[in-house]
Design a protein around this ligand. Sequence first.
Ligand code: PMP
Length: 374
Amino acid sequence: MIQWLKDELNKREKSSLYRRLPSPTMQNLKVIASSNNYLGLAKDERVLHAAREMILKYGTGSTGSRLTTGNFDIHERLEKELAHFKGTEACLLYSSGYLANLGVITALADRDTIIYSDEYNHASIIDACRLSGACIIVYKHNDMIDLERKMREYKNHFKKLIVTDGVFSMDGDLAPLDQLNNLKEKYNALLIVDDAHGTGVIGSCGRGTSEHFSTKPDVIIGTLSKALGSEGGFVCSNKTIIHYLIQKSRPFIFQTSLSPGNIGAALKSLHIIQTEKRHVMLKEKANDMRHFLRTLNYSVPQGMTPIIPILLGEASVALQFQKKLLELGLFIPAIRPPSVPEHTSRLRCTLMFTHSDNEIDWIKQAFQSMAPDA
Ligand code: PMP
């Protein structure tokens, strides 16, 4: 009866695309250089303590949706602080970044909407666009000429969204928010930016990609699960859009609200981010690593984020690299299609503020021993 499932799995296995959960013992390796815990806050003593305090005061779970029994003062406090951090009027929490994307896009778009979506957008944006029932027009990655050509075609259409990652998760490059902002003004669209990987990391104060470009997208979506070392999602925007989401956004309306421990952790991390400027040193570490890898002839695109893709081509090659690195005590996962386009399989190396000099040297030595010219 389930032969077709087995056939599909066998097919995957043969093409090096089979997904396996990394062993939990990976957590005990000498170095992990692939975490989204960019600023090292997920294990910061102060963040752990803040989470614990909130759990003791409010409980382990929030036990209800925001519209029923799950609206606590700490939800509103975190929303206020995130709105302030991002420079917007208001904010709304979700229980993950994935659900924030789903919740915003399905609320703001319907069958009458045209969504312009970057071809490299995160899966949660792609899923959200599909679920909304809107007409989806995919434009070439960061290609403003292609986008404008496609926008011109429907310039009189009344409901249009442009949706993009702020920092692209598999390439680590930035969306040109200044140019996207010009296009959204010119063609009267709303600009939605998923800044999951930019928040806490990009911009002179770590406020994200919008700070870097000095722009104000209509909607900024974020996650608490990366630089903020917690879990949960959020949406920063003007009051009208936030009130609209409260009416219409099904993942917001029907989910149990964010748990107190996650809120405590996020509040503390937000404070640390704003006072310690960890992202500045992280950027230097990442620039140095990028430079080092390029001198070894690895194919590493230019960038300014802690996400360092090492392009290897075929999935089987990327898997071999992952395996060799594991033998050296280093975990950096191979990223393969469909997460990235065919023939662009890669290692996705990410650095953390808390990587010690020794750990950085370890990473460098590992790559040196496997270098194309070694
Ligand atoms: N957007 C982007 C760009 C992401 O990389 C991710 C997580 N990988 C998400 C959204 C989803 O965030 P979360 O893990 O909080 O659900």
